[in-house]
Design a protein around this ligand. Sequence first.
Ligand SMILES: NC(=O)c1ccc[n+]([C@@H]2O[C@H](COP(=O)([O-])OP(=O)(O)OC[C@H]3O[C@@H](n4cnc5c(N)ncnc54)[C@H](OP(=O)(O)O)[C@@H]3O)[C@@H](O)[C@H]2O)c1
Length: 252
Amino acid sequence: MRVLVIGAGKMVGAILAGLPSEDISDWGILSKTGTSAKDLARKHGLQFVSQASEFPDPEWILLGCKPQQLKEIKIHDLPVMSLLAAISEKTQKEILKVSHLVRVMPNLPVKHRSGVILLSSSSKQHLKMPEELFSKLGLTKIMDEKELEELTLLTGSGPALFYEFAKTLAESFRSLSESEREVMVKAVLQGSAASLNETSLQSMIDAVTSKGGVTIAVLEEWRRSGLSDVLKKGVAGGIKRTEELKAPLLQS
Ligand SMILES: NC(=O)c1ccc[n+]([C@@H]2O[C@H](COP(=O)([O-])OP(=O)(O)OC[C@H]3O[C@@H](n4cnc5c(N)ncnc54)[C@H](OP(=O)(O)O)[C@@H]3O)[C@@H](O)[C@H]2O)c1
């Protein structure tokens, strides 16, 4: 499959690092300045091109520029896998003047093949190839565009939300130094993550808590203090911000 990658930033770099090299051996890549595209081409064995016309017969475009840069992109009418957040499929298709576009919303853990990748498109027949490709990089799920827009906050920002929680937990103790506690909290997170697929989250909580014990005392205090309301309020704030950011993106 010949894919022309446009943009060579953090997300494209993570995707190329995660994909098997035989899957991308026929791919070409370009970027605005060319520097980042040259680096990624060298690192992953892609063909560097300074403009789209130098890469003959692409079957797909993988678009990885920032949403504000969309208006600069000039391509032929090819199917597009677009990584752009915050711009609808309809608007992207109008600006790019293409007939088929699949929105792909990955997160950075794709580089370790532990990502979550959300896909949506009104061109149902074009979902098969991106689904097969991105399944190699983690949990891949096709959904409606509205669902993709809401869940981007969970999958994209999610890692930072978990890290903040773990950091606060480490700060709640006094023994050892701060950096030693950070090492310990990361080990606890890694160990907990290893058991994640065994059963439901509630069953895993139940497995650690016993009636009248220490863990339940912490959880009950958190529940009394409204922890779940605080978390949900934060998420609602993020969703509001997503909506606010949509409007001005294309005006600049
Ligand atoms: N980072 C994330 O966690 C994440 C998660 C989900 C989705 N996304 C989406 O992924 C996209 C890329 O994000 P990023 O964090 O990887 O951004 P980034 O690191 O800033 O990379 C943007 C890339 O776009 C290139 N570019 C800019 N204008 C261009 C043009 N006119 N023609 C060709 N290439 C152009 C830049 O080229 P130069 O290097 O030459 O300047 C750069 O390589 C965004 O749309 C974002 O919404 C990101």
